[in-house]
Structures are given as structure tokens and as C-alpha cells.
Design a protein. Structure first.
Length: 154
């Protein structure tokens, strides 16, 4: 079950910290999908590995921007919860699923991530952080486009 966010209690630094955690978790989940797909669909595994790298790049970019804005201030949160913002909903398909279902799971995760970033914008007043969040939401839209294209070509 995903962590519920009360954005009214988070500051700009908190939102960026959580964004890093979420992107890290997303990369791990794409790696898991790649591992699952590698036996039956090497092309799909390659695609999921590419998506994992993109998520990892987002994490690095957010961390860099966070340092620029807030220096070395420690996070108020630990990256130990299952954030599940950008996690496929494996409960919907159970322990076995098709390649199309794997793509659909990843698409749902990208849609939830976009919603998270767009919702966070409504609670943050710092223009720099708002810009970062809007950019991240657009990146999630791009990931959705990539997934839809990949699904259409399978």
C-alpha cells in the first residue's frame, strides 16, 4: 500500500527528498520488470532497462537541484518506506502476467507519478521547486508516451 502524502505538511525540501526516493524506487521496479522479461522478450527487457536508467537520471538530477537549493541539510525522512507512487500495481495481475500487462502496469505507475508531481505543485510556493516539479511531471508524460509506443509496437 502506498504512503499517503499530506502535502500541506511538507516543505519544498521534503517534496524533493520524496521525489528522489520515488524515482529510486521506480528505477528498481523497472529493473525488476527487465529481469522478469529477459527470458521471453529480450527487447522488452532492454526497454525496461532503458526506463530504469531514465528514472536513475531523474534521481540524480533531483539530488543535484536539491543540493543547489538546500545545501547539505539532512532529510527529515528516511528512504525506508515503500513509497509506491511510481510502482506497478502487481496486485492487479497476481504473480503471473503477460508482457502487455507488464507495460500496462508500468504505464499506471507513470500516471501516478505524474499525478504526484502535479499535486505537489499546489502546495509549494518556492518557484524553483515548482519549476522542478512541473518538469518532472512532463518527464512522466514522456515516459507514458514511450510506454504507449512500446505497447503499440508489440
Amino acid at each position: 500500500m502506498a504512503v499517503e502524502f499530506d502535502f500541506s505538511k511538507l516543505n519544498a525540501m521534503d517534496v524533493l527528498d520524496l521525489a528522489c526516493f520515488i524515482e529510486r524506487e521506480a528505477a528498481g521496479n523497472y529493473e525488476q520488470l527487465a529481469s522478469w522479461a529477459e527470458k521471453n522478450s529480450p527487447d522488452a527487457a532492454h526497454f525496461f532497462q532503458r526506463m530504469a536508467r531514465l528514472e536513475g537520471q531523474h534521481d540524480s538530477q533531483i539530488e543535484e537541484r536539491r543540493r543547489d537549493l538546500f545545501g547539505d541539510q539532512p532529510s527529515r525522512y528516511l528512504d525506508s518506506a515503500p513509497w509506491e507512487v511510481e510502482v506497478p500495481d502487481f496486485d492487479k495481475v497476481g504473480s503471473t502476467f503477460t508482457l502487455q500487462q507488464a507495460y500496462a502496469l508500468a504505464l499506471g505507475a507513470e500516471e501516478r507519478a505524474e499525478a504526484y508531481f502535479r499535486q505537489a505543485v499546489d502546495y509549494i510556493s518556492d518557484p524553483e521547486t515548482v519549476g522542478i516539479l512541473k518538469s518532472l511531471a512532463e518527464e512522466e508524460l514522456e515516459h507514458q508516451r514511450l510506454l504507449r509506443n512500446e505497447m503499440a509496437n508489440r
